[in-house]
Design a protein around this ligand. Structure first.
Ligand SMILES: Nc1ncnc2c1ncn2[C@@H]1O[C@H](COP(=O)(O)OP(=O)(O)OP(=O)(O)O)[C@@H](O)[C@H]1O
Length: 212
C-alpha cells in the first residue's frame, strides 16, 4: 500500500467554546477522493482550512508524507492546491488576467495553456470580459480553470460545485476521478450528492467525527 500523502491524528477544533470535532484521524492516500460531509456549521470549511495550513486554531497532528507537516511547510504548500468556497477572483480583471494571477508564483504557464484551460471551462467567449460582468457560475468556472492545469498531487476543494450547472458538475466529477487515477488525492466538501466509486467519507457533526 502506498504511503499517505496526508495523515491526520487526533485532530480537535473548538470554536467559541464549542467542540466542532475531536479524535478525528484519517489518512489521505494517493489515488483517492475523500468527501468531507456534515450539516451547516459542522466544521467542513474549518477542517479544510486546517488541512491547507490556513488555520492554526486546532490540536492534534498532521503529517505530510509521513513527517510532521510543520517541519516541511514549503514542500507541503508547493504540492497542495486549495480552492476556497468563494471563487476568490478579482471582479475588475478578466478571466485570463485572473487565471494568470491565480497561477502566479507557480510554474509559469504560457498563454495558450491558460487559454485552453478557460476554453475547457466553457469560457471561450468571455475571456476578455471583466469578471464582475459574469454570472455566479461563470465566475466559479474561472477559479475552476485552475484544476485543468494543476499538477499539485493534493487538491483541497471547498464547495466547488456551488452555482455550477449539471454539465459542469459531471465535468468536475470526471476531473476529480482523473486526478485520483493519475495518483493524486482530492479532499472535497460539498452539499452536492457526490458519490464516486471508492470514495472515502469523513463525516462531521454533533462534536464527533467518523471516517467511513
Ligand atoms: N473565524 C471564526 N471564528 C469563530 N468561529 C468560526 C470562525 N469560522 C467559523 N466559525 C464557526 O465554526 C463553525 C463551523 O464553521 P464552518 O464554516 O467550518 O462550517 P461548515 O460545515 O463548512 O458549514 P457550511 O455547510 O454552512 O458551509 C460555525 O459555527 C462557525 O460559526
Amino acid at each position: 500500500m502506498s504511503e499517505p500523502l496526508l495523515q491526520a491524528v487526533d485532530l480537535q477544533c473548538e470554536r467559541d467554546e464549542r467542540i466542532l470535532f475531536r479524535d478525528l484521524s484519517f489518512s489521505i492516500l494517493p489515488g483517492t477522493v475523500t468527501r468531507v460531509e456534515g450539516p451547516n456549521g459542522s466544521g467542513k470549511t474549518t477542517l479544510l482550512r486546517m488541512l491547507a495550513g490556513l488555520n492554526d486554531a486546532w490540536s492534534g497532528s498532521l503529517l505530510w508524507c509521513g513527517k510532521p507537516r510543520s517541519a516541511q511547510r514549503e514542500e507541503f504548500l508547493r504540492n497542495t492546491l486549495y480552492l476556497g468556497h468563494r471563487p476568490g477572483i478579482k471582479p475588475l480583471l478578466t478571466p485570463m488576467e485572473n487565471l494568470r494571477a491565480l497561477t502566479a508564483g507557480r510554474r509559469p504557464l504560457p498563454e495558450p495553456v491558460l487559454r485552453e484551460a478557460l476554453d475547457g471551462t466553457g469560457l471561450t467567449w468571455f475571456q476578455d470580459v471583466p469578471c464582475r460582468n459574469l454570472s455566479a457560475g461563470q465566475q466559479r468556472r474561472v477559479a475552476l480553470a485552475r484544476l485543468l492545469i494543476a499538477d499539485e498531487p493534493l487538491w483541497l476543494l471547498d464547495e466547488v460545485f456551488t452555482a455550477i450547472d449539471s454539465g459542469g458538475v459531471s465535468a468536475i466529477e470526471d476531473l476529480l476521478q482523473q486526478r485520483a487515477a493519475e495518483g493524486g488525492a482530492v479532499v472535497v466538501t460539498t452539499h452536492h450528492d457526490l458519490n464516486l466509486p471508492g470514495m472515502q467519507r469523513i463525516v462531521l457533526g454533533g462534536g464527533a467525527a467518523n471516517e467511513c
